[in-house]
Design a protein around this ligand. Sequence first.
Ligand code: C2G
Length: 441
Amino acid sequence: MKKVITYGTYDLLHYGHIKLLERAKALGDYLIVGVTADDFDKTRGKINVRQTLEERIAAVRAVNIADQIIVEQYEGQKIDDIKRYDVDVFTVGSDWEGVFDYLREYCEVIYLPRTQGISSTDIRSSEATFKIGMTGYSSFLNKFYKESTFVNAVDVIGLYSKDTTKLSKIKDELEFITNDYDELLENVDSVYIHSHPSSHYSECKKALLNGKNVLCESPVAMSSEECNELLKIAKDNGLTFMEAIRTAYTTAYSRLLLLLKSGKIGKVVSVDATCTSLSSGGDGSREKLNRWGSLEAWGPTTLLPVFQILGTDYESISFFFLKSSNGDYDSFTKIDFKYSFATASIKVGNGVKSEGELIISGTKGYVYVPAPWWKMDYFEIRYENPTDNKRYFYQINGEGIRYELVEFANAIRRGKPDFYIDRQVTIEISKIMHEFYSKVK
Ligand code: C2G
């Protein structure tokens, strides 16, 4: 029996895929199809895959050409599979011409002509593309715009800003720039808000009341009342309202949460998160409009693991903060939480430097995430006996912004909130902002 193997993502299965499978089958008597796992696709840069692995396997199975379906999970697996299944022929479309010649050492390699005129990318791009307008002035928007070019379903076309001095990189890329928020809203269907935190609530509210989907940097509001109001407007109008803490959308961070919930380090008794920089938030300029307090700049990022791991039912909270030399904002803040079963501490600085690590302590071991943990691609689970230590690595591109945008587009398309950040966490972050800044200001 002549065995043939081929691999693919097979997203949104189309006739180009089917013709490939038919010709692959005709090369022998038994066809094995390797469908790529979600993580594997993300690792190799395919972040726009619309369907889950289960859906893609079901679609391949439904066309009844494959004799066996396996999952491709890691780099180099093809060699293992060819040996494991005693394969005679590896085949793939001609768009991969030459890439798999190294497999000739193990089996025959045949590249089949790719079917012209159809691709999953074309299908995805032909569907709704969301027109996004950005708000803000930080140089971070240059990065956000660049990241958006990797995401099929979104077009960042406009910017509302009162100060574009730091945005020269994207001025020529955008269809329009305006200092009139109404004009921005008239020309887009979604907004990404990265203005000063004190403007988030008003900008979110206006966008939502104008029927726009909103992706807003955290904190989305500076009080739980304002936050609840925004959530209600979004719900009542069937709009997507998503909090942009990009850490939440990285593979490493979401896998870390799953490992913790599965008891890998026993009961979590402490979460310690530190984020500092010397000029984060509004480009570090100090005039009133742009200066960001340490908690405004880094609070949401550090509070995310605290609330997602320990919950929001802490018994007590205490603040320590230092003001900047000119006295008008918090340059360093430490917040301690006491739970009935655990403790947590965040340290944030804007104008203060420290080691930006995340340490999660447990009754069986602990998690160590090195700086800059908030754009993690690597973490360790450490135990009493170092030989039991485990290391995890998940490729990340662009700090997680593109994955956040993919989830935003998916949430709009699905018509229901993303499941990465629980609404209670969003509300609690806004509440902490109010409690803290009513003390500081
Ligand atoms: N294909 C084709 N014609 C098209 C589109 C795709 O012949 N119009 C072929 C591809 O060449 C590939 C298979 O269909 O052999 C699946 O394509 P994709 O789902 O796009 O996955 P891809 O990542 O290209 O698969 O490691 C090998 C890769 O996984 C190959």
